[in-house]
Design a protein around this ligand. Sequence first.
Ligand SMILES: Cc1ncc(C[n+]2csc(CCOP(=O)(O)OP(=O)(O)O)c2C)c(N)n1
Ligand SMILES: [Mg+2]
Length: 597
Amino acid sequence: MATETEMVDLFKQELDLCQVERGQTVAVLSEGQIRADYAHAFLLAAQALGANCFQINLPERVRSGPLVQVGRTPLAGNTVAIEALKRADLVIDLVGLLFSAEQNEITAAGPRMLFVHEPFDVLRALFPNRDLRRRVEFGERLLREAKELRVTSPHGTDLVYRLGQYPVMTEYGFTDTPGRWDHFPSGFLLTQGNDGEVDGTLVLMPGDILNAEAGIELGRSTRVDTRVRPSDESLKAFAARILKAERPVIIVGDEVVKSDALEEAAEFAETLGCPAYQSSTPFGAHFLSESPCFMGALARIQKLARDALTPYDLIIAVGGDPLRMSVYSEVDPLPDGLSIVQVGLVDHDLAKNYGADIALKADVKETLRALIPALKAAGGSALETRAKQGLAALASKNWTAKRKMVVDHISKSATTTPIDPDWLALQVVESMPDNAILVDEGLTSSRQIIALRPHRDRYGYHALASGGIGWGLPASVGVSLANPDRPVVCYSGDGSSMYSIQSLWTAANQNLPLTFVIVNNGGYRIIKQRLLAFHGDDHYVGMDFKDPPVDFTALAKSLGLEATRVTDPGQLKSVLSSAFSRPGAKLIEVVVNDAVN
Ligand SMILES: Cc1ncc(C[n+]2csc(CCOP(=O)(O)OP(=O)(O)O)c2C)c(N)n1
Ligand SMILES: [Mg+2]
């Protein structure tokens, strides 16, 4: 997109090349609303150069298809308009008079004519200059004087065109010669061989890119080593700031995964004896769940995050944007006066939404490796005592303790039909082999997943980082290809799955050890929930896909997968366990409760 000022500026330069001067007359010929912005800008540009100007706007042609027939113009028979144009010095043709009697008549009377048709970006990018004209005219002289044009190729083409019968035509993108037509912004020249005097051999290669094989030199790849640690002074200041805090809390982001720092992050938290939350957008295995310090993921609801953080006096943000939220709220998730220190390599995450007392651009693992001994040395036995007390206090509140409560609570719905989505989540987690990987796009049906399945390795869990749905199915195919020895479970909402459902075929085609669990609640439940929660409105427009319902089992079978539908909560465990432990691509459609609450 261009602004009017940009357009007028460029057209002024073009009119300058066309040597439009004060007192000359510039006519703009246009049709209906087509390129009306160009018409307007050319008039302003001509006026700015002191030219007289006017516009002739013809009614828009009724088109039966996208093409306008060359040579037929809407000017035909409009003698008054033609006469007016003949009296201009320059006609800007926005209609396309090329190869018409009207164009010939107008230019024969003296006006130069400039055809303008291309999008503005093209006009700008290919803007002509006098050197283009010099080159075109040089080529024109060569071609005009030539008797013969010969084309050869190493593969045997040898063609000879005898020349002279037809004129050489040129375009160089502007016109300053009376009666001359040109086309803004292109430059080229052309002619044609004499009738009956083109001879020789033309060798055309077969269209072989569909069946040819060749080695391609890809160049040398370089892996840039980013395992940088902070300077000694920065590290010391960082450790001192942490030790000054009485109630620190750690928030861990995805860089813990990228830098392979799960062990170090847990040791760091245990050294301080302080709680560690997974960031509010928990899209990977950011912390070892069974560490005594892990508290689960921070809620992505401002009020809940704020409440969770209120007891603390320092956030230590480790690798990532700690407080990324989803929906706007008037409540700020950061409690008043709570300070932040931060470390990570992604500089746009450093102090992104909140200023930090200290922000270190460094690799998480390398920093923690150096920081832990520095803390121990500076903190001494006082830190040890404090850490012990901290860990003891966390034992009843940490992930492990909370998991037991969540499981007890969910188990109350073990026999409910339609199946409770939390019960399904628990069954999925309990049926997964230890080495399996979970790809999670379960939306409302996976609200308890992180509380249920422990992160034990950096690649064990993948979820939506951005909120753009439709990622889960194709991502699980990629995850499976990258981890061929591990079974993969893709847990997806029915709505999300439909965005890239063709991934099922790829999984079948590649025979991946991948099971899709599609949670069928017949709609976009999370959108309904939000409409109800934020607006008190339960009139759900366009959020159901029940008429007709999608038959995911039949759909998966048609794409080559083994597929089953489950509606009985008691059957889930055996169906899931069996699927997860066998090779091959499978789909399990689970019909769950669609109540909005
Ligand atoms: C590409 C994209 N389109 C639309 C949305 C808005 N959106 C977020 S969640 C959602 C519905 C998800 O439905 P489903 O996967 O069935 O999960 P459920 O809410 O039923 O648990 C939609 C449409 C989005 N986040 N991304
Ligand atoms: Mg749904």
